[in-house]
Design a protein around this ligand. Structure first.
Ligand code: HEC
Length: 467
């Protein structure tokens, strides 16, 4: 019934807890990618867990024996799962050898670290993108390490959150308005990926809290002080980074992802979207069954909340699909962990449930494409056909055998139905080489479009001059 080993393995693992994700007959690299990369990075560069390249080893020298011990027993209180018995003794030994071989190597530093990311020459960089006729792409700002969500203020300053860099940036337009200077507004924050503006204040979503910088346009350059907004939400590191956005009626929307690849979250505060007042009061759940949304926007006329959701892993390369959803009524359930992509029942949690119980996605964006930020185009610069349609930034797959995503898509709508899903910008992935990973899209007042890239710390700008 299950066609591939990976699919069969995914079924097997789904019956145990998160730790039991072992797939038989995989080589060390595949075992690593399937079980470890999510926390230690696809290249062992570190993410939620430490790098497994050269560093001060926390649990003794990286000898095979020591590695087997820490992998088997884990460090449960520090979020490192115990891998025995989920992985067999021989699989753990394979992984220990694999890690020992890299243990003293200086691994390519993640973009957030002191070392600057490797950048192709600018002309090659830009000529390698493809866009529809009449559109041009340029670099608006550079040096915004791990740039994530963006918010544009009335005076044209763009605030940008970041991930590992721990910083919030202000992009201040230069006189020619074609490029912007990157000013650091705050640093030392905990993955402050989410930014939004409300009543002149900048709100920033960190993993464990929301903070507020009042009167930000006047103070961004002065390392401004901030207030902590009183709100208590789960602060798991896995999928715990928080996008935040002001709603048209002056509230704040903030989602909490599932603290796992797949787990039962229905009775917890995770895998939900919340709404609250600007001061954090009246926190209420507005959507559930949302695995991990990292981007949302309000429709310009209906004011409904549209959001992306990232599909689960370990069911193979081609399933399930990531989603684009719309919330038409508070309290709607979008399927996680029971049903994925609107049509794929979960092998474990889907038993006794049907996909019909849940709200179907407006668009199935494809497996592992990792849709993050989205934005309705409301500018006047692009042709009329773009108006009120959606740009989605697809960050790209991290563990699929062949990479997918790494682009900006245009989704056109008729009412709340998708009409088409076509490429708007391609070329962040060139053969096997990644030159960027799109995160968020926003429109400037002149109708040009900005795209943040957390891989190279750039902000791109797209303009239209085709007549
Ligand atoms: C859910 C996240 C997560 C996953 C999945 C995970 N790890 Fe870890 N791992 C961590 C964390 C966090 C630490 C640091 C623990 C500590 O602070 O003591 C860690 C520590 C380690 C260490 C010790 C590093 C040191 O500096 O001593 C090794 C080795 C390791 N992990 C290997 C693995 C392997 C192999 C896998 C896959 C089979 C794996 N990890 C999967 C989170 C994870």
């Amino acid at each position: 019934m299950y066609k591939t080993a990976l699919q069969a393995a995914a079924i097997g693992m789904a019956f145990a807890s998160f730790a039991a994700t072992a797939a038989p007959a995989l080589n060390a690299q595949q075992l690593y990618q399937a079980n470890c990369a999510v926390c230690h990075g696809a290249k062992m560069e570190g993410a939620i867990g430490p790098t497994l390249g050269q560093h001060a080893w926390l649990h003794g020298e990286p000898t095979k024996a020591n590695l087997i011990k820490v992998i088997s027993k884990g460090v449960p209180e520090k979020n490192m799962p115990a891998w025995s018995p989920a992985l067999s003794t021989s699989q753990i030994a394979l992984l220990a050898d694999y890690i020992a071989a890299n243990a003293n190597k200086k691994l390519a530093a993640a973009p957030a670290s002191a070392a600057a990311p490797v950048k192709p020459v600018a002309s090659d960089l830009l000529s390698g993108f493809t866009l529809p006729k009449g559109f041009r792409i340029s670099v608006y700002a550079e040096g915004a390490n791990t740039a994530r969500s963006m918010a544009v203020s009335d005076s044209g300053i763009v605030y940008v959150g970041s991930r590992k860099a721990g910083k919030v940036y202000a992009l201040v337009p230069r006189a020619d308005k074609q490029t912007a200077e990157v000013v650091t507004v705050a640093e030392g924050l905990e993955n402050p990926i989410g930014v939004t503006l409300l009543n002149g204040a900048l709100y920033v979503g960190e993993i464990s809290r929301v903070i507020r910088f009042d009167n930000i346009d006047k103070r961004y350059a002065q390392k401004p002080s901030y207030e902590v907004v009183k709100v208590s939400l789960p602060n798991d590191k896995w999928h715990g980074e928080k996008v935040i956005k002001a709603s048209p009626d002056g509230k704040l929307i903030i989602p909490v992802g599932a603290p796992c690849n797949i787990c039962d979250t229905d009775d917890t505060k995770s895998a939900k979207i919340y709404r609250m007042n600007a001061d954090g009061s009246q926190l209420e759940e507005i959507a559930r069954g949302v695995r991990n949304t990292v981007g949302f926007a309000f429709h310009p006329t209906t004011k409904q909340l549209w959001f992306t959701d990232n599909g689960r892993d370990e069911m193979g390369d081609n399933t399930p699909s990531c989603e684009l959803n719309v919330l038409t009524k508070f309290g709607q359930h979008f399927g996680f962990p029971y049903c994925h992509g609107g049509v794929v029942p979960d092998p474990k949690f889907g038993q006794g449930r049907t996909c019909e119980e849940f709200v179907e996605p407006v668009a199935k964006l494809g497996p592992h494409v990792a849709p993050l930020g989205l934005s309705f185009y409301t500018g006047k610069q692009f042709p009329e056909a773009y108006r009120n349609n959606i740009f989605v930034a697809e960050h790209g797959s991290w563990n699929r055998s062949t990479k997918i995503g790494y682009n900006v898509r245009l989704i056109t709508l008729y009412g709340n139905k998708m009409v088409s899903d076509t490429s708007f910008i391609d070329g962040f992935l060139r053969g096997d080489e990644v030159v960027g990973r799109p995160v968020d899209v926003v429109t400037l007042a002149d109708g040009s479009l900005l795209i943040s890239d957390d891989y190279a710390g750039r902000i791109f700008r797209v303009t239209y001059d085709g007549k």
